[in-house]
Design a protein around this ligand. Structure first.
Ligand SMILES: [Zn+2]
Length: 441
C-alpha cells in the first residue's frame, strides 16, 4: 500500500486552463468515436444512419451532429436482441469484469465493467473523496449496494487510499436505518458515504429512539451524500444537526457522469477527466448555452466496457456560469430532477427543487417532507402537500410560502397539511392527483 499511497493525492488537472481542457476533450472524443465506429455495432449503425463519419468531427461543436439516445433506446435494443450486450460494450474476454445493473422507473439495463474501467473510473473518483476529506488511514462507512456501479469504483478508492471500511447490514431502505445507526455508533467511522434519503431516514430513526444525531455521528468528520439534490439551507441544517465538519454532495449516474461539490458548495465540478457533459434543448436537441436549463447529455471518456456516447440522461440540469471560488477550472453543473418530475403551472415549468428553495426560506420547514400534486388536466395553480412543522402558526406559514412562490418561480399555490406523509410518498416529490385523492378517502 505504500507505493499506492504515494500516488493517491489528486494531480493538478482540475486547475488546467479552459483551452487545455477543451483540447483534451476533443482528443479523447475523437479517439472514442474512431473506436466505437470500428468496434461497436450499436454506434456504427447509428452513425451510418445519421450519415456522420467520425473523421468529420473536428470540433466539440461538431459532436452535436451525432444523435443522442436514451434509456428507452437501450431497453428496446435489449428486448429486440434478447441479450444484455447489445453492441455498446467493448468486451475483452481476458479482462475480468463485473456486470452491474442500472435501476430506474423505466426498467433495468446492464453495465459491463471490466478491470480497466474500474481502475480509471475509481482513480478519477478518488479525487471526489479527497475533496470531501477522506484520507489514508481513516475509517469509512460505505453504504452502496453491491449491484451498483458506484460500489465497483468505491472499492478501488478504498484500495488506493488505504482506508478501512465499515459496511452496515441491509441496503439503503428506511427500514434498515436502525442498522446504520448501530454500525456508526459501534464502528465510529471518520467518513460516511451515503444515499441522501437514507440520511433522512437515520434522522427519523434517531428521533424515534430519542437519540441525539450529533451523538451518533460524533466520530464522523465529513459525509459524502449522493442520490438526491440538497439545497444550501438543507445542507447547513444537516451539518448543524449531525454535528459533522461538512457534507458534500456528489452527483453521478451509472452511465458515466461524475460531478462533485468542492468546499465552496456552489454546484458540482464536472469530472472532465472521465466524462463530457452537454445541456440540450429537450425539444430541438440543440446544445444550450451556459446558464440555461435543459436535458443533461453525457459522453463517457473511458474507452472500456459499456460506452455511452451522447446519452440523454433525461435529467434536468444546467452548467453554471462563472468561475468557482475554489480556483478549480472544471466547469460546474447542477441537476435538479428527472425531467419526468417537471410540472407546468400556468405556462411556468418548475421542478420540486424550485419549491424546496422557497420552503427552505422558513427555518421551521427546512428538510420537512413535501410533495407536488400533479393534476390530470392543465394546472393553473401549484398544489402542495406538506407535513406539518413541529412549531409555528400554520396560517402564517402558508401565507409566507404563497408569497415566496409568487416571487420565484412566480406561481400561485394552494397547500394542504398532513400530520405525516405516508411512508410510500417519503422521498417522492411528485405524486399524481388520482393517488392523492385515493389516499384522502
Ligand atoms: Zn470549486
Amino acid at each position: 500500500m505504500k507505493n499506492g499511497a504515494r500516488r493517491v493525492a489528486p494531480d493538478a488537472m482540475d486547475r488546467w486552463p479552459e483551452e487545455r481542457l477543451a483540447k483534451f476533450h476533443l482528443h479523447k472524443i475523437r479517439q472514442l468515436l474512431r473506436h466505437v465506429y470500428r468496434q461497436l455495432p450499436f454506434y456504427r449503425q447509428r452513425l451510418a444512419r445519421a450519415k456522420v463519419d467520425p473523421e468529420q468531427v473536428k470540433t466539440l461543436g461538431d459532436l452535436a451532429r451525432i444523435p443522442t439516445f436514451s434509456k428507452q433506446d437501450v431497453l428496446q435494443e435489449i428486448r429486440r436482441q434478447g441479450r444484455f450486450d447489445f453492441g455498446l460494450e467493448t468486451i475483452a474476454r481476458r479482462d475480468p469484469a463485473v456486470l452491474c445493473m442500472t435501476s430506474g422507473t423505466l426498467g433495468s439495463s446492464f453495465l459491463y465493467l471490466p478491470r480497466k474501467w474500474r481502475a480509471l473510473r475509481g482513480d478519477s473518483l478518488l479525487r471526489a473523496y479527497w475533496w470531501a476529506g477522506l484520507r489514508p488511514g481513516m475509517r469509512m462507512l460505505m453504504a452502496v449496494p453491491a449491484w451498483h456501479s458506484l460500489a465497483v469504483q468505491e472499492s478501488r478508492v478504498i484500495e488506493r487510499l488505504g482506508v478501512s471500511t465499515v459496511v452496515p447490514w441491509g441496503t439503503f431502505l428506511p427500514r434498515n436505518a436502525g442498522n446504520f445507526i448501530d454500525a456508526i455508533s459501534d464502528a465510529t467511522p471518520d467518513f460516511v458515504s451515503i444515499f441522501l434519503p437514507m440520511l433522512f431516514a437515520i434522522l427519523a430513526e434517531c428521533r424515534r429512539r430519542g437519540a441525539k444525531p450529533a451523538t451518533v455521528f460524533k466520530s464522523v468528520q465529513s459525509i459524502l451524500a449522493v442520490g438526491a439534490p440538497m439545497t444550501p439551507r438543507s445542507r447547513q441544517q444537516l451539518v448543524h444537526e449531525l454535528g459533522v465538519g461538512d457534507i458534500f454532495e456528489g452527483l453521478g449516474n451509472p452511465e458515466g457522469l461524475t460531478a462533485m461539490e468542492c468546499a465552496s458548495h456552489c454546484g458540482h465540478h464536472i469530472f472532465v477527466d472521465c466524462c463530457f457533459v452537454e445541456i440540450i434543448d429537450p425539444k430541438s436537441g440543440a446544445p444550450l448555452p451556459v446558464g440555461q436549463r435543459g436535458n443533461v447529455v453525457i459522453t463517457t471518456l473511458i474507452p472500456h466496457g459499456s460506452i455511452f456516447l451522447r446519452y440523454d440522461t433525461e435529467d434536468l440540469g444546467v452548467i453554471l456560469p462563472g468561475a468557482c471560488a475554489c480556483g478549480r477550472s472544471w466547469p460546474r453543473m447542477e441537476v435538479y430532477d428527472r425531467r419526468a418530475n417537471e410540472v407546468e403551472i400556468a405556462g411556468q415549468r418548475i421542478v420540486p427543487y424550485d419549491v424546496r428553495i422557497c420552503l427552505d426560506e422558513l427555518p421551521e420547514l427546512v428538510n420537512l417532507p413535501f410533495a407536488v400534486v400533479r393534476g390530470e388536466t392543465k394546472m393553473e395553480r401549484l398544489t402542495l402537500l406538506m407535513q406539518k412543522p413541529a412549531s409555528g402558526n400554520l396560517e402564517e406559514i402558508q401565507a409566507r410560502i404563497a408569497n415566496l412562490l409568487r416571487k420565484k418561480p412566480n406561481v400561485e399555490a394552494i397547500q394542504e397539511w398532513a400530520e405525516e406523509l405516508p411512508q410510500r410518498w417519503k422521498g417522492v416529490t411528485v405524486i399524481e392527483e388520482k393517488d392523492w385523492r385515493r389516499a384522502r378517502v
